[in-house]
Structures are given as C-alpha cells and as structure tokens.
Design a protein around this ligand. Structure first.
Ligand SMILES: CC(C)(COP(=O)(O)OP(=O)(O)OC[C@H]1O[C@@H](n2cnc3c(N)ncnc32)[C@H](O)[C@@H]1OP(=O)(O)O)[C@@H](O)C(=O)NCCC(=O)NCCS
Length: 250
C-alpha cells in the first residue's frame, strides 16, 4: 500500500492504524448517537469499529484501490501527524466515469470549528488533483443542516432529493444529493482531461493508486460515506435552494 497523507492548514488526513488508540478514536465518532444521528447506520460498538479499521486497511491494500477511508487528525495534537489521535474520519469511494462519493464525520467536541470544510478541501485535492476525477458526489440527510452548510460553502451544487435513501430504526430517511464537478472549479476540464487541484486541496505526500476506469462501486461497503447531523428536526428544515456553485471556500 502507498499510504495517503494529506496536509491542510490545521488538519492532516492519513490512513487509519490498527491500534487501540485509533479504534477508540473511531468509536468516539461512530459510537456516539449524536454524531451518527444522520448517518445511515446505528451507533457502533468499539469492537465493530476496530473490525472496520481492519477492513479499511484491507481495502487500502488492494491493487486497484476503490475506497479511501481515512483518519482525520489535528496538526496541533502531535509533531508528527502520523502519531496524532484521529478526531474523525474522511472517505472517498470511487465510482465509474471518474466519479466518487465523499463523506466525513468528526468527533462531537470539535464541531463548529470549520474543520469539515478543510476535510472537504483536502478530499477535493485528492479527487480532482491526484486522482484526476471529474465528479464528486455527496449525500446528506435532509435534516443535516451542518453538512448542508459545509457542502454549499465548498461549492457543491444541490442536484435533488433522494427519497428513502436509507433506513434507520425510526424509518426511512430522505437525502439531498450534492455534486461538484472538476469543471465547476476549473472550467475547461473536458471528459479526457484530469482537472487540476480543486478548491483548497493541499500537498499529497506519497503516491496514490490511479482510479479504475470502469466497474461498479460496492455500495454496501460504502455505507459510511454518507452521513449527517443537524440542529433542527428534519421536518422543520426548508428545502435548500440549488446553489449556483460559485462559492468554492471549503
Ligand atoms: C457535519 C459535520 C462534519 C460538520 O463539521 P464541522 O467541522 O462542525 O462544520 P463547521 O464547523 O463548518 O460547521 C458547519 C455548520 O454547522 C454549524 N454547527 C456546527 N456544530 C454545531 C453545533 N454543535 N451546534 C450548532 N451549530 C453547529 C456551524 O455553525 C456551521 O454553520 P454556519 O456555516 O451557518 O456557521 C459534523 O457536524 C459531524 O461530524 N457530524 C456528524 C457526522 C455527519 O453528519 N457527517 C456528515 C457527512 S455528509
């Protein structure tokens, strides 16, 4: 495996480690009912989180890597980002036609600091820059106002509402589908071209396996790519208006 290492102004993104510290850190996010409120799964126990890390690393070892499930750390937490305890997770799942889905989830005590925007910027840099992708999608539960804000500020455009996108214990959830094209951030990136770095993606240290040119993504295994949180009851939330995509501040 050629490990992914991305560095932003305040955050770094790296591969998960199969350590008790990283399992605890993932559990601090995916085991939290509030953090998983808008995610397409119920809170997970620590053992499941540890098993997931093993799966993430298995996926990372594949010759043609299709899924990047990565740890988000803070630069301020350690001299070496590789040793910092994760504050969340970030994911990119490749799809046919140079597309991918992205996802992110942070520990509850670091919400409201603008970190998610930086994570999206780094994933955009990986997707449009390093991997030369053309389209990035993100789905978010219609009640997840924080995630809607993050995507809108990053320049993602609303494409529609996906009805009954995934089930939770309390019923089916609808999701908003957003997307950002390489053309949105770099006009002129045609079907045959790889767009340059998008938004505020920073240096990618270490090579990345190029994307597959075809094949279907394993949607079941990408379940945690989409997910969500919000401040209001989803039924109180007005339908967001599609944006013009002129904003590109992640
Ligand atoms: C969605 C999430 C990633 C946002 O991350 P973040 O780093 O807190 O994002 P930001 O700091 O940019 O905040 C986004 C918006 O939510 C608001 N917000 C964030 N945390 C808040 C809180 N605890 N209470 C009230 N508002 C909050 C911010 O004020 C901001 O709104 P504004 O732009 O109108 O000011 C984070 O809340 C999270 O991890 N949630 C759980 C997992 C999840 O839902 N992932 C989404 C995947 S699509």
């Amino acid at each position: 495996m050629v490990p992914v290492r991305l560095t932003g102004p305040r955050l770094a993104i790296r591969e998960f480690h199969q350590t008790p510290e990283d399992a605890d850190a993932l559990h601090a996010v995916f085991g939290d009912p509030e953090a998983t409120r808008f995610l397409p799964f119920e809170p997970r126990d620590r053992e499941t989180c540890a098993d997931q890390i093993a799966l993430f690393l298995e996926e990372a070892e594949k010759e043609e890597r299709e899924v990047y499930r990565l740890a988000v750390t803070r630069l301020a937490d350690a001299d070496d980002p590789a040793r910092a305890v994760p504050i969340g997770s970030a994911a990119l799942g490749l799809a046919p036609n140079r597309a991918a889905s992205l996802g992110y989830a942070l520990r509850r005590d670091v919400w409201g600091l603008g970190y998610a925007g930086e994570v999206v910027g780094l994933l955009c840099g990986l997707a449009f820059g390093t991997l030369g992708l053309h389209r990035l999608e993100a789905r978010t539960d219609v009640g997840n106002t924080a995630s809607v804000r993050v995507l809108t500020r990053a320049g993602f455009r609303l494409e529609g509402r996906v009805r009954h996108d995934f089930p939770r214990h309390d019923g089916w959830r609808d999701a908003y589908q957003y997307a950002l094209l390489a053309d949105d951030v770099r006009p002129g990136a045609g079907p045959g071209s790889a767009a340059g770095p998008a938004v505020r993606g920073r240096a990618v240290q270490g090579g990345i396996t190029p994307p597959r040119s075809g094949g279907e993504p394993d949607v079941g295994r990408l379940a945690f790519l989409t997910g969500f949180r919000g401040r209001k009851d989803p039924s109180d939330e007005p339908e967001p208006r599609p944006t013009r995509g002129t904003e590109s501040r992640p």
